[in-house]
Write a protein that binds this ligand. Structure first.
Ligand code: NIG
Ligand code: FE
Length: 384
């Protein structure tokens, strides 16, 4: 692949501790990696040159939490919530029924549309969960579809107990940890569980994560979303890569996150779309917890593919500075996926970058709802 220099960068917000924010910068891309970073005037001569005309450049966003394999629409449920009804996990069953009835082609087409939207919003790495199939065959086919789009696939058979098992939830737990896991593990990197009152309790969630370990799957937990509970501490105890939502935290939960290698992944799109209180990112950051921001794109609680929207919410509603929010959407997301090749612009990292039609990343929150992403490179190739 020919080498290319991106030059005329007004501000390069590398997110790297070594390089920091560089004004008047250039980046050289060679063979899908970043080969050089520095002042534009000192850039080496290479094959091709792209002048970004003073735009700001930052790493591609890393979306460490999404549920893109589904069919159907829950806009009526959203409308009812906006008129005062509260969110319950029961809505998941509506999407499960639609997803089971959909063919592979329809499901694949929807993932293609949503991942194209993600790229246009600057996301260059996305995790995709199953969780709307909840039979051996449907979970396995959803993961096979997800694996066509990303290597960050997550088995979420433990999303909710499906209606046909409502009178025998322990049998469903056996299925998740047994036959369903065996069918899904070859297509997954991670295993996730919705640990919440009335869904999966701490013992069930622990069993799910342990079963995943036997197949080499790393753990993730939907934790403390709707009320306080044991999910965050379980995630930390089990060495999960991420505890996601973290909306209702105790001091002990924050202490556990601060001393564990578990990232707190915050999903403000979910609080927005369920009209709920937002998590307190300030408390987590002040305690030294690694925080990630992700879209949680799903048809029930957060039907957005826009990381800039999540950044704006994090700044306006969760006590993060614009700099912290951008860091959480890049470096934080990479940490939540335990990736060291993405999230930062420096030599040797994957050439995943985005250019903003703005002088600095602050504008992502300062100009909410405005499509500022003016160019996206994934693996060194311009994709949007
Ligand atoms: O992350 N909490 C569980 N899962 C999704 C919601 C899924 C749905 O309502 O369809 C979430 O918010
Ligand atoms: Fe989720």
């Amino acid at each position: 692949m020919p080498s290319v220099v991106l030059t005329g960068i007004g501000l390069l917000a590398t997110q790297s501790a070594e390089y920091g924010d560089l004004p008047g910068a250039a980046v050289v891309i060679q063979d899908s990696e970043i080969a050089w970073v520095g002042p534009a005037a000192a850039a080496p001569a290479v094959d091709d040159r792209v002048d970004l005309g003073g735009r700001c450049v930052l790493p591609g966003f890393v979306d460490s939490h999404s549920h893109l394999v589904f069919a159907g629409d829950r806009s009526e449920e959203f409308t009812a919530r906006m008129s005062g009804r509260s969110y319950t996990a029961g809505g998941i069953a509506t999407t499960v029924a639609a997803t089971r009835a959909a063919g592979d082609e329809a499901l694949t087409g929807r993932v293609a549309e949503l991942t194209a939207e993600m790229r246009a919003s600057g996301i260059t790495t996305y995790e995709i969960k199953s969780g709307y199939g909840l039979t051996v065959n449907d979970e396995s086919r959803c993961l096979q579809i997800a694996a066509r789009f990303t290597s960050e696939t997550t088995y979420l058979g433990a999303h909710v107990v499906p209606p046909e098992y409502s009178h025998a939830p322990e049998d469903y737990l056996d299925l998740i940890c047994g036959e369903m896991l065996a069918a899904c593990a070859p297509h997954a990197r991670w295993i996730d569980v919705f640990c919440e009152q009335g869904v999966f309790d701490a013992d069930a969630a622990r069993a799910v994560l342990l079963a995943g370990t036997r197949y080499g799957l790393g753990g993730r937990v939907h934790a403390n979303q709707l009320r306080p509970g044991p999910g965050v501490q379980l995630a930390c105890e089990m060495g999960a890569a991420s505890a996601d939502h973290c909306t209702h935290l105790s001091a002990a939960d924050i202490d556990a996150l601060a001393s564990a290698d578990t990232v707190a992944t915050l999903l403000p799109g979910a609080e927005f779309s369920t009209r709920s209180d937002y998590p307190d990112a300030r408390q987590l950051l002040d305690a030294g917890v690694t925080v990630a921001l992700a879209t949680d794109c799903n048809p029930g609680t957060s039907y957005t593919t826009s990381m800039p929207f999540c950044i704006a919410l994090a700044v306006r509603e969760m006590g993060m500075t614009p700099t912290e929010a951008v860091h959480a959407a890049t470096v934080g997301g990479a940490a939540a996926l335990r990736r060291t090749d993405i999230g930062v612009i420096e030599p040797g990292r994957r050439a995943d970058l985005l250019a903003l039609n703005a002088p600095s990343p602050v504008h992502l929150a300062y100009r909410p709802g405005v499509g500022l992403v003016g160019g996206v490179w994934q693996n060194g190739l311009q994709v949007a």
